[in-house]
Design a protein around this ligand. Structure first.
Ligand code: AMP
Ligand code: GLY
Length: 429
C-alpha cells in the first residue's frame, strides 16, 4: 500500500521507520519529512504539516491508501475531516474528537461526565473571577491556558506572586493569544508522571507500553520546560494493576463518552497521567502520538504498525493482539545551545555514522541539508539518540555512548534521562 505520513519531526521519523518495516508497505511518503526520513522514504519538503489543502492535494495525487496524521495543529485545523471528505482513509481523530487535546476545558467536561479521575479545577473567562478563585485556593496551584500553546501554556506555581503573574500573562496580556481566552485553575497533584499512548478505533482502546518524558531542560528537572528532552519505556512504577485501573476508569470511559457524543475517537489517544497516592489521575489528553514518546514506544512494538493502524481505521482493533518486546528503550534528545530560548541554526553535525555503528538509532527532528548537502542544525531539538537494551540501564548506557559520538557546536542534552526509575531500582537492590 501507499502511505503518507504528515509531519517532519522525531515522532514522524520513528513512525516512518516502523511503517517502513511493514509487510504491507509499497511506497512510503512523508510531508514535509526531514533529512533522516529522506534516507528511506520519499519526502515532500514543500508541503507543511499545517497546509491542509496542500496535504489533501498531495494525498489525492499519490492515491494514498492510508494517511497518518499525528501533529496537533494539523488535527485542530481539521486535516482529518478534509481527508475523509476526499474519501481517503486516515489514521487520526477528526477536529471534533481532537478537541480532547485542543481544549483543556472540553477534556475536563468529558472527564467529569465520565467520572474519570483528574485534578479538581475551575474554568474562567473573566480575569477578576479567576483571581478571586485563586485567592481562595492558594498555592501550590496550576494555571493552564485552555487552547494549544506549544506546550508552554501550563504554569505550576508555588508562590502567589507566580500564580498571579501566570494568570495575568494568559488572560490580560494574551501571551498565548486566543488559547488564553479561557483559563483553568487546577489543583496541584504529586506523584510520578507517565505517558500512556493507546490505539483506538472509536470503540475499542488498547494501551501501548508506558513511557516517561523529561520536560524541563536541565538535569534534576530544573530550568524551563521544553517539548521533551528524553524518554524511556517501560516505566517500572506503572504496574499491571495500575494499567488495569487506567483501562477501566480512564481510557474506556473517555472513548465511550466521545462515541456517545457522535465524535468517536479514532487514532492514538495519549493520556498524560500522574500516579498519585489516590491512584492514577489525568493531567491532560493529547490526540496523537507523543514526541519524544513515539521514539521509544515504536522500537518496542512487535506488531506490524500498518496492520494495527488499518485495524483502527476499519473498526477491527478488538481482533488485534498488541505485543511489545522484553527489555527497555531510551531516547536522549540532543538540542541546540540556548534551547528552549533562542538558538543558532546551520551548525554542521558530525558523527552520526559513528553513533549508528554503536548500535543506536538516530531520529532526526530539527536538521536540514545546507546548499552543499551538509547536514546542519535547523531547530531547537536537533535529534534523538535511541537505543534498546535488556533493561533500562543497558538501553541508557548504549544511548549515551551514541550521544557522545554525535558532534555539533554547543550541543546540549540531559545527562540524567531515566533517573526517577533508576533511583527506585537502586533502592530495591
Ligand atoms: P500538561 O500540558 O497539562 O500536561 O502540563 C504540563 C506539565 O505541567 C505536566 O507534564 C506536569 O508536569 C505539570 N502539571 C500539569 N498539571 C498539573 C497538576 N494538576 N499538578 C501538578 N503538575 C501538573
Ligand atoms: N512529549 C509530550 C508531547 O508530545 O506532548
Amino acid at each position: 500500500m501507499k502511505v503518507l505520513i504528515v509531519g517532519g519531526g522525531g515522532r514522524e521519523h520513528a513512525l516512518a521507520w516502523k511503517a517502513a518495516q511493514s509487510r504491507l508497505i509499497d511506497e512510503l511518503h512523508v510531508a514535509p519529512g526531514n533529512p533522516g526520513i529522506g534516507g528511506f522514504a520519499l519526502c515532500h519538503r514543500g508541503v507543511k504539516a499545517t497546509d491542509i489543502e496542500g496535504q489533501a492535494a498531495l494525498a489525492r495525487k499519490l492515491h494514498a491508501d492510508l494517511v497518518i496524521v499525528g501533529m496537533d495543529d494539523a488535527l485542530a485545523l481539521g486535516l482529518v475531516d478534509r481527508l475523509h471528505d476526499a474519501g481517503i482513509k486516515t489514521f487520526g481523530p477528526t477536529k471534533e474528537a481532537a478537541r480532547l487535546e485542543w481544549s483543556k476545558g472540553f477534556a475536563k467536561e468529558i472527564m467529569t461526565k465520565a467520572s474519570v479521575p483528574t485534578a479538581r479545577y475551575g474554568s474562567f473567562t473573566d480575569y477578576e473571577t479567576a483571581r478571586a478563585h485563586l485567592e481562595r485556593e492558594g498555592v501550590p496551584i496550576v494555571i493552564k491556558a485552555d487552547g494549544l500553546a506549544l506546550g508552554k501554556g501550563v504554569s505550576v506555581c508555588t508562590t502567589m506572586a507566580e500564580a498571579e503573574a501566570a494568570l495575568k500573562a494568559a488572560m490580560l496580556d494574551r501571551a498565548f493569544g486566543e488559547a488564553g481566552a479561557r483559563v483553568l485553575i487546577e489543583e496541584f497533584m504529586k506523584g510520578d508522571e507517565v505517558s500512556i499512548l493507546a490505539f483506538s478505533d472509536g470503540r475499542t482502546i488498547k494501551q501501548m507500553v508506558s513511557a516517561q518524558d523529561h520536560k524541563p531542560v536541565g538535569d534534576g528537572d530544573t530550568g524551563p520546560n521544553t517539548g521533551g528532552m528524553g524518554t524511556y519505556a517501560p516505566v517500572p512504577a506503572y504496574t499491571p494493576e495500575i494499567a488495569r485501573t487506567v483501562q477501566k476508569h480512564i481510557l474506556e470511559p473517555v472513548i465511550a463518552a466521545m462515541a456517545d457524543r457522535g465524535a468517536p475517537f479514532v487514532g492514538c489517544l495519549f493520556a498524560g497521567l500522574m500516579l498519585t497516592a489516590d491512584g492514577p489521575k489525568v493531567l491532560e489528553f493529547n490526540a496523537r502520538f507523543g514526541d519524544p514518546e513515539a521514539q521509544v514506544v515504536m522500537p518496542l512494538l512487535e506488531n506490524d504498525l500498518l496492520e494495527v493502524l488499518l485495524a483502527c481505521v476499519e473498526g477491527r482493533l478488538k481482533d488485534i493482539h498488541l505485543r511489545f518486546r522484553e527489555g527497555a528503550a531510551a531516547n536522549v534528545v540532543v538540542a541546540s545551545p540556548g534551547y528552549p530560548g533562542g538558538y543558532p541554526k546551520g551548525l554542521p553535525i558530525h558523527g552520526l555514522d559513528k553513533a549508528e555503528k554503536l548500535g543506536v538509532r538516530i531520529f532526526h527532528a530539527g536538521t536540514a541539508l545546507d546548499d552543499n548537502g551538509v547536514l546542519v542544525t535547523a531547530g531547537g531539538r536537533v535529534l534523538g539518540v535511541m537505543a534498546v537494551g535488556a533493561d533500562l540501564r543497558e538501553a541508557l548506557s548504549r544511548a549515551y555512548a551514541g550521544v557522545e559520538a554525535v558532534q555539533f557546536e554547543g550541543k546540549q542534552y540531559r545527562r540524567d534521562i531515566g533517573w526517577r526509575s533508576l533511583s527506585k531500582l537502586k533502592k530495591t537492590y
